[in-house]
Design a protein around this ligand. Sequence first.
Ligand code: MLT
Length: 289
Amino acid sequence: MNPITHHSVKVQDIEIHWREVGQGSDVILFLHGFPFDASVWDATLRALPAGWRGIAPDLRGFGDSEPGDQPMYTMDGFARDALALLDQLDVGRAVICGLSMGGYVTFQLWRLAPERVRGLVLVDTRSGADSPDAADARRNLAARVRAEGTRFLVDDMVHRLLAPETERGHFEIVETLRGIMQRQPAEAVARASLGMASRPDSTFVMTGTRVPTLIVVGSQDSVTPVAESERLRNAIHNSHMVVIPGAGHLPPLETPEAFAHALELFLGEIAPTAAGPDDTRASAQLPIP
Ligand code: MLT
């Protein structure tokens, strides 16, 4: 098992905290979902295959990263933070692995800098924007969280995020998830909610990708159901999809071994950096809106 180390560095206007395992030039950047922090990747980081360096930041305002003073966290802003962190760490290209909201950030990162993306792992996410009703619900949620705190949200989300088997049979996972959500500041939750409500549709953008792509989804995900991942698979050239039996919205927490195994197989197919420039050329030629 890889030991996880903790670090922080000034990135743009804030001090960003990240977890790290491994070393070398084959890098995978993990972007967490909402309303979590990078600890959702702990089991994944510990099991990362030899030869890979894993970097998992707490997104702005979450975990131990500073909040900055923006009234809303756009997916674009999160993606710029992630790229600035890679710059700070002297990482040119990385595989980007995004879970749910982290997937929305990944789409934005691709828009900004496709030449930095060596591969994509899209976990329980969707490329579409919110419907007007869903966006309104997020704005209401932000207002309520600012007024009342996050307790009501934590109670509601535990049921929606986990597969029924996980909730019934894995008390320790329920408690871990609850703990992660409870420690996120209400203001960060509100700001990210507003940012998700205003995110653009990324489906067309993703049809232009030509990097190795793995799509992972829990068979029982009721937040971003399997059909959303099928839509992504149809949109993304040569992507490969894995459905993890028994997992809900959070395979890295609910079924960590199965998730780590799918990731290991995928990373095993990506040529080591020293083998040469794999897909930079292909991605750089694509018309990215
Ligand atoms: C997440 O897990 O990041 C959220 O479910 C994303 C969302 O609310 O759309």
